[in-house]
Design a protein around this ligand. Structure first.
Ligand SMILES: Cc1cc2nc3c(=O)[nH]c(=O)nc-3n(C[C@H](O)[C@H](O)[C@H](O)COP(=O)(O)O)c2cc1C
Length: 176
């Protein structure tokens, strides 16, 4: 069972939270970690390579830091290139092959959980803000898993990030 973790971070070299999460799950040969920002720093995604990577996945994790209440632009670029080709141009030959693909969002946010409430600074919960990804998964006939969300990501101590990594590894290990 191959779990493909695509990390969309434009400055992964300086990441603390996303790197801690990735390092915690990068212990199994069944988990493939892909630093998409490192591969495509200018946002020009290699279409054939990424279509092939997705077709080889048994489970997919889209991991990223929340930016401006949304995903980093590279994740949108991946949707616009890879998913447009697979689901609009070749839905039968490619898209259909991933029907039922389990997908999980792993997102880190700088703000506190209390900010992500109707009475808080950000008005909406992260789950609400991430609904376009859920709609994408629905459109692609993927199987949605509860997102793995980390708050206060840029304020967390090394111990807190290590704990988050262990919880992430547990989520992926128990994912069925
Ligand atoms: C351009 C930019 C926009 C950001 N927007 C948000 C935001 O909307 N909400 C939030 O909670 N954190 C926001 N952050 C904070 C990041 O989510 C946080 O620094 C990141 O998750 C930490 O993970 P890392 O150590 O892997 O970089 C933003 C950070 C940057 C650089």
């Amino acid at each position: 069972m191959r779990t493909t973790v695509l990390i969309f971070h434009l400055d992964y070299a300086r990441s603390h939270a996303n790197r801690a999460l990735a390092d915690a799950v990068d212990t199994s040969p069944d988990v493939e970690i892909v630093d998409m920002g490192g591969l495509y720093p200018d946002g020009a995604i290699e279409l054939e390579a990424e279509v092939a990577r997705l077709l080889a996945a048994d489970r997919l994790v889209l991991q990223f830091p929340v930016q401006w209440y949304s995903t980093p632009p590279l994740l949108k670029a991946w949707q616009d290139t890879v998913l447009t080709r697979m689901y609009y141009m070749r839905p039968v030959e490619e898209g259909e092959r991933l029907r039922g693909l389990p997908v999980m969002i792993a997102a880190t946010a700088g703000n506190d959980p209390s900010a992500y409430t109707s009475g808080g600074a950000n008005l909406f919960s992260l789950e609400e803000l991430l609904k376009p990804l859920r709609a994408t998964a629905n459109r692609c006939f993927w199987r949605w898993a509860d997102p793995f969300l980390i708050y206060r990501a840029n304020k967390a101590s090394a111990d807190e990030l290590a704990l988050a990594g262990r919880l992430y590894a547990k989520r992926l290990a128990e994912w069925n």
